[in-house]
Structure formats: structure tokens, C-alpha cells
Design a protein. Structure first.
Length: 92
């Protein structure tokens, strides 16, 4: 019985999104990955992360915080506007 190895398919690289525009000048975004930005305040403190998530109805903006003990992200909420996601990080 002969087995043929399955072909290895390389993942297609994602197209990086442009940084969303924020109405507030209290925070700014620093790219962390193709679809991920650090949200920093005027003192350069990291409030959390903003991730762009494609949705069939448009782009969603997910507010996340890094959980250091596990090295994973905790979702704060998912929003239609980047400003709403940043507000959630600011007030939680």
C-alpha cells in the first residue's frame, strides 16, 4: 500500500488594512500586525489593541486586551466604528 504525501499549500498572505481614522486626539494607533494596532494614549501607555475583523456586512473593530498570564487576547467588545472600540478600551 503506497501513500502519497498531501501537497503542502502555503497560506496566502493577508493584505494589511490602513489604520482606521480616530476622531479623538487622546489616543493614537501603532501597527502591531497586518490587522492589529496598539491603542496608546498621549503618554504612550498602551490601553489595549484594536483588531480589524472582516464581516459579511462590512468591517468590524474588535477591542482587545493582552492577558499576560496566558499570552492571549481577551475580547472587550466588537464594534462597527473604530472610535467605539477605542472608547471601550478607555473606559473598561
Amino acid at each position: 500500500m503506497s501513500t502519497t504525501p498531501s501537497p503542502v499549500i502555503a497560506p496566502v498572505p493577508g493584505v494589511p488594512f490602513a489604520a482606521p481614522h480616530l476622531a479623538s486626539r487622546r489616543e493614537h494607533l501603532v501597527r502591531a500586525a497586518d490587522h492589529l494596532w496598539r491603542v496608546q494614549d498621549s503618554r504612550e501607555h498602551v490601553l489595549g489593541h484594536l483588531r480589524v475583523v472582516p464581516d459579511p456586512l462590512g468591517l468590524r473593530y474588535r477591542a482587545e486586551r493582552l492577558h499576560l498570564a496566558t499570552g492571549g487576547f481577551r475580547v472587550i467588545g466588537e464594534f462597527w466604528r473604530a472610535d467605539d472600540a477605542v472608547d471601550a478600551l478607555r473606559h473598561c
